[in-house]
Design a protein around this ligand. Structure first.
Ligand SMILES: Nc1ncnc2c1ncn2[C@@H]1O[C@H](COP(=O)(O)OP(=O)(O)OP(=O)(O)O)[C@@H](O)[C@H]1O
Ligand SMILES: [Mg+2]
Length: 325
């Protein structure tokens, strides 16, 4: 039997009800209005960045509509399934044929189609037809990262909800709650750090928390978090920046190699962290930051083209070193 203690925390703490969803207040409120009178519920398109609750919201809707029987009345499909649109079509056909005349006052079954932006245009056109022919018996919830990859005729048949980066405060509270339930020491400062690095992705935040807890034996420090996340200490990166911008190329370069030796970062990871810290520096004007970001962009591009990362990172610091002169 599955032991609840072995569960990944992202699953263990996945909300089962809409009012447990973190952030997304207006999305949840609008959906709750539909659910008060399910007959009015349109097809839904949930679009946005990873780890913000799209799949979770879809499953909550299924539960709130059908209660404990939700699995009987819900077909979950993954559109990127290699078997293609024909399988999707067959399964939807079967599902709507045999399903479930109705459940209480709900005259439809639910079809959740995850990763629908992975479908080719012809497949989406086929899907559009399926949506039309089964619309009396089925409601669709389409889930995707990029709504602009969904063809217009499908978009116009759906109420669209956008999932953007979750609010920091709500995320911090959520992981503090989890830490408390798991009896893990987590200060507000460290919780804030985890959220800062998660960039609005709650799945990433919870996974980081769990991994850091496994390292930290009951207490989570900023150091363990940085290790888990694979980030350098921001202070070390700041120091490299300051040295370089003061024209101290040799020292900046040495510090950078120390950092790479210590953590094993790739060139593009270092560049990304330099960019992140650059934005925070208080002694540069916005224009200076913009110009330096331009330089970073150039080297980031070269790295993606396969240029030698030792040379490119040194050259980047060389550019920074002569910037102020
Ligand atoms: N808004 C949220 N409220 C509460 N928990 C959340 C929320 N967003 C994400 N989570 C947590 O993160 C996990 C992953 O969320 P979910 O699968 O819903 O993300 P998603 O938006 O579907 O991401 P993807 O685009 O990668 O499929 C959930 O199991 C849950 O623990
Ligand atoms: Mg998902």
């Amino acid at each position: 039997m599955l032991n609840k203690d072995n569960l990944m925390w992202v699953e263990k703490y996945r909300p089962k009800k809409l009012d447990e969803i973190v952030g997304l207040t207006h999305v949840v409120e609008s959906i709750q209005v539909f659910l008060k009178n399910p007959k009015t519920m349109p097809h839904l398109l949930l679009a946005g960045i990873p780890g913000t609750g799209k799949t979770t919201v879809a499953l909550c809707i299924a539960r709130e509509l059908f209660g404990d029987n939700w699995k009987t009345f819900t077909l979950e499909l993954n559109a990127s399934d290699e078997r293609g649109i024909n399988t999707v079509r067959e399964r939807i056909k079967d599902f709507s044929r045999y399903s479930r005349a109705s459940f209480g006052n709900i005259p439809f079954a639910l079809i959740i189609l995850d990763e629908s932006d992975q479908m080719t245009r012809p497949a989406q056109t086929a899907l559009r037809r399926i949506m039309e022919t089964s619309s009396r018996t089925s409601r669709f919830i389409l889930i995707c990262n990029y709504s602009n990859k969904i063809i217009e005729p499908i978009q116009s048949r759906c109420a669209i909800f956008r999932f953007s980066k979750l609010e920091k405060k709500a995320m911090i509270n959520h992981i503090k709650n989890i830490a408390q339930k798991e009896k893990i020491q987590l200060t507000s400062e460290v919780a804030e750090k985890i959220i800062e690095y998660s960039e609005g992705d709650l799945r990433y935040a919870i996974n980081s928390l769990q991994t850091a807890a496994a390292y930290g034996e009951g207490e989570i420090t900023e150091q363990t978090v940085l290790k888990v996340i694979g980030e350098a200490n921001p202070k070390q990166v700041q120091l490299i920046l300051t040295k370089a911008l003061n024209g101290n190329f040799i020292e900046a370069r040495k510090l950078m190699y120390d950092l790479i030796g210590q953590y094993g970062f790739s060139g593009s990871e270092i560049v990304r962290q330099i960019q992140r810290e650059l934005i925070k520096v208080s002694y540069l004007s916005n224009i200076e930051k913009a110009e330096l970001t331009n330089i970073i962009g150039e080297y980031d591009f070269r790295l993606t083209q396969g240029a030698n990362s030792d040379i490119q990172l040194s050259a980047l610091l060389a550019q920074f070193s002569k910037y102020k002169k």
